[in-house]
Design a protein around this ligand. Sequence first.
Ligand code: GMT
Length: 382
Amino acid sequence: MQNMKIGIVCFPTYGGSGAVATELGIELASLGHKVHFISYELPFRLQHFHENIFFHEVNVSDYPLFEYPPYESVLASKIVDVAIYEELDLLHVHYAIPHASVAWMAQQILLSKKIRLPYITTLHGTDITLVGRDRSFEPIIRFSLNKSNAITTVSESLKRETLEAFKIDNKIHVIPNFIDTREYDRKHTRCIKSSLGIPNVPVLVHISNFRKVKRIDDVIKIFLHVRKEIPCKIILAGDGPERAMAEAMARNSEYRKDIIFLGHVPNPKELLCMADIFLLPSQTESFGLSALEALSMGVPVISSNRGGLPELNLHGKTGFLHKPGEVEQMAESVLYILNNKNTLQKFRDNARKQALKFDKNKIIPLYITLYKEIISQNKSKK
Ligand code: GMT
């Protein structure tokens, strides 16, 4: 099959799904495929000019008549436009809500013009959590998933959860998150702890969008337990709704000088290269891309044991897993690793070895194979 023309719809802001969608697009483009990103903003990881990558902005005007901007309708029209004029072979949407239902709408409009555009939906987790909280989303998610030409989830755990939450007739393909292990390599990253005024003490790192699901209060609690035992620092990167609460916790503590809030960092590896431990005590993670980034940089991970995390973080090898909220146990695991240089080195080596299993060169071909299968099925229907 010749080079493909792929449309990618994703949320552009900070977050794992946008990162996965963008890195996938960049890799496909580097292999010669034409990639058309369709989103309301330039995806945050699309910082440079790339050959074969095109961006189509979904511009929702503020009509005084509407209380809610008609984002879905504008997106559907944009997909139709791009599909016709760029002759897309396939559309890949990230998130069922609202992208899968919009993809179906666009597909129907195109069909009325005798154009068949297959779409693949990748689930990243929050759709399923959302439905757990609000069943009113169930009909639209179930419908748009069953109408997808293929569904992928980022872990076995998310596949199980999806099948439990919805009656799905389609096959679900598990394609985990991936990483460029050559880029995320401690050996090739110039790292200067002193640039953050950090003396030679262990550094704990947490990176997220500070949503409630990340349990940022637990991150601070774990650190305070560890800090009582040994001198160390923690760097928290990212921003979001829980940041003010976390800052208040830090400011009220006697160790406030050891807790650094950095805000958004454009390139996590520049921070992870300073880290001795990565903390991810989330209530759940469908995969945990930030933990994979840490492992690839040779940083052991102390995480919760929910969602897809046990598929990535190996208990007693690449880090430790505990139930959400078990902050003392998590702190003990941090101390166990930090208290002995050889133990830390062993965990670092295991972390790197585990990350290599998720290298982009192993995972991206899984998407390409699926794309080709769906495109050729679509062509045979014509
Ligand atoms: O973790 C977040 O809050 C961001 C979220 C997103 O949609 O961008 O991440 C989800 O998708 C990532 C990429 O597949 C996964 O690595 C994250 O584990 C997942 N987050 C959750 O399940 C909470």
